[in-house]
Design a protein around this ligand. Sequence first.
Ligand code: PGA
Length: 257
Amino acid sequence: MRKKIVAGNWKMNTDKLKGSLLTHTVMEETNPGNFEVIFFPPFPFLSDIALISCQKQGFSLGAQNISEFDNGAFTGEVSAEMIASIPCKYVLVGHSERRMYFNENADVLNKKLLKAYQHGLIPLFCCGEPISERENDNYLDFVSIQIKESLFDLTADQLKNTVIAYEPIWAIGTGKTANPSQAQEMHALIRNVLEEKFDQNLVESIPILYGGSVNSSNASELFSQPDVDGGLVGGASLKAEEFIKIIASMETVLRNK
Ligand code: PGA
């Protein structure tokens, strides 16, 4: 069975104390035996959360970003090597907020992906269409281009060490989730597109998470879809009670499989 994941992307929220408390609470209340829970805190708390998250099986740490450059004179940047040394296991690449607000185009994302693999980090590569593409019925083509331009040049080994998240932009932070069949349609499409280039067994083994207003009421139905292997959760991952319920939804879905 493919790896199942519930990931919390804190974005630019919380502080050191609240972030540590949140992590402790979530870890005390949940037992992800056969799946993985990943915390993506802001850079300044990564080391603190690393010390907490390594204390129980099933919990991992990820960074929200890495530089496209190696170490050197790049004031304010954080390199993949630094992140790997914390240690962090994952890094987000291609989140729509980075694409939109920081002009990260396919060229930049490809450089970041390569830096991640070079330093043994697993990239969680995000893709997803804006509302205009969905309304124009061009959403499948839009996402398949994102997949092709960022993932088709990878080696099979690199793809094997990759997690994908489908996050429709119109669903991020809006409270407007893709319904389970919309999520399933896109996740299956992503797998089909990857199979144009990579071995079917390899593609079958890649986890594809759904992101965009996941909460405790919609998580079970989304996680039950055959090609949805978990969630990348933003807002709801900042509320311990909500995130705990979302993790519990994954436990229930896996128990009933
Ligand atoms: P959201 O964010 O759950 O707040 O919609 C998801 C994300 O951007 O990863």
